[in-house]
Write a protein that binds this ligand. Structure first.
Ligand code: AMP
Length: 174
């Protein structure tokens, strides 16, 4: 059911990429709720201090998950968007590099944080986000995604960092 709610756009944003579009899932009340419920479920009854979401689709899912867990929310943003003092980390994209940031005071030392994004591909984005969260003192309990593209190896890469990965739907290919 979640899988059916995700739309695939061939050759977007460039030839060869199958873009997994979650706007259709977000627009479907039952699917949106089911995705959030399934991502929240492992944490029921556990103390989660904060949910960190990766800009921009991770904000939508992460905000809903944080609310459900009675946790705070931390935005992990592209560089230059956060107004207060930040820590910044470069990460590689398919072509070139980019940088992301969090506010230096977004967690207190040892706070228990879960990371959320819509999709994990190579894992480069999530690796950088975990690095930032650890740099500001967070204990990163898990990284959670609606979609996994296992052929790109991202979930395995995150697991090697000692962070358990949870995903809901797998798609073949890129
Ligand atoms: P990566 O750093 O390679 O794991 O890429 C993950 C980030 O890129 C996530 O924020 C995704 O939203 C986006 N992304 C990568 N590949 C796709 C895809 N095939 N469809 C939709 N979003 C993607």
């Amino acid at each position: 059911m979640l899988r059916d709610a995700i739309r695939t756009i061939p050759d977007y944003p460039k030839p060869g990429i199958q873009f997994r579009d979650i706007t259709t899932l977000l627009g479907d009340a039952r699917a949106f709720r089911a995705a959030v419920d399934q991502l929240v479920q492992p944490w029921a009854g556990q103390r989660i201090d904060k949910v960190a979401g990766i800009e921009a689709r991770g904000f939508i899912l992460g905000g809903a998950i944080a609310h459900q867990l009675s946790a705070g929310f931390i935005p992990v943003r592209k560089k230059g968007k956060l107004p207060h003092e930040t820590v910044r980390l470069a990460y590689s994209l398919e072509y070139g590099v980019d940088e992301m940031e969090v506010h230096r005071d977004a967690v207190r030392p040892g706070e228990r944080v879960i990371l959320v994004d819509d999709l994990i591909a190579t894992g480069g984005t999530a690796t950088a986000a975990i690095g930032l969260l650890r740099a500001i003192g967070a204990e990163v309990l898990a990284a959670c995604f609606v979609i996994d593209l296992p052929e790109l190896g991202g979930a395995a890469r995150i697991a090697t960092l000692g962070v358990p990965v949870r995903t809901l739907v797998e798609f073949e290919g890129h």
